[in-house]
Design a protein around this ligand. Sequence first.
Ligand code: NIG
Ligand code: FE
Length: 412
Amino acid sequence: MTTLIINIKELLQVRDSSILKVSGAEMAILPTIKNAYLVIENGLISDFGLMDVLPNINPEKCIDANGKMVLPSWCDSHTHIVYAGNREQEFVDRINGLTYEEVANRGGGILNSAKKLNEASEDEIYDQSKNRLQEVMLLGTGAVEIKSGYGLSVDGELKMLRVIQRLAQNYPITIKATFLGAHAFPVEYKENHDGYIDLIINEMLPEIAKNKLAHYIDAFCETGYFTVAETEQIMEAGILFGLKPKIHVNQFNSIGGIQAAVKYNALSVDHLEIMKPEDIEALKNTEIMPVALPSCSYFLSIPYTPAREMIAAGLPLALATDYNPGSTPSGNMNFVVATACIKMKMTPEEAINAATLNGAYAMGISETNGSITVGKKANLIITKPIPSYYQLPYAFGSNLIDTVVLEGEVFA
Ligand code: NIG
Ligand code: FE
């Protein structure tokens, strides 16, 4: 099956296959082709270039993108979209003055979601989660990482990971699964951390590895959650089972999680709202992708990741949603890109690089996703007619997506 897209006003994020991420000053450059065509064959990008040199081909399908932009689908490298119910009450409690921490200390937060998850059936969780997945696909996301972490029991964690696997089988979107058993300590292990870590390492991990239910391992390294030493234990065990770490660090406190992630060669470090100079220093000359989650900062009214300082230090940066019931009940990557520009002072070029190519890198798929490159998946956003790509972050509340193409097929 061959599909041809013609008259593309501007084709964004055109890259050679050797570029798997962009860092520092490179992030300011977004290579594009104006007045372009693009050819899709069997779900992959097979050719693109200037309309002036459009080859003579006979496609089964032709899309005229007159006045419209084409860019790679968003790559959302950090989500928790598999969950049960919601936490609307906590949202209102925070409006009325409680902090996220106070809500959690009263038995709310992650433990509240864990209770709901363990009470729900696998089918109920699947149905709720598939609605969220469909929603983000319509918003232009073409690859997504999904974490477990609301089970906090052997059965609950496996149930979540099976739901993620089922979503991956049933939808034309690239999904990477991350095991986040170390999201919080369940109430019964509050005074027995070693007991819960033992459960993660000796009961959950072997079962997950045996059934190939996860690609990555995560832990919430934070005061009141997992200490640096506990996080190191989890990373070490995950690596033994073939799971590379992607770690929640520096959301509320800088406690040394980044240095631990560097030691264990993590794929990404995520959140980074609180960054000390030594944290930025530790990430220099590593292959780790820092990931910022601006809609979490927005929703919780906490600081934004200091993107300017990090980019000035030569680091790469990816952007993701963190879609979850507690700190970010939104999976809209368009809002993430806009908020990164508006609140973190990233340029549109930097934000688009961070939400496509660098996002793909942060989930280990930048050889197949994240840019307009011959041989990569034809996961594309075709915008409505817009004056320039600045419009994407500028018109922050508008839906500027006209067509979503996933694996070469029009999804919506
Ligand atoms: O990434 N910080 C830890 N985990 C999630 C929030 C979890 C929740 O509140 O349910 C996050 O923000
Ligand atoms: Fe998260």
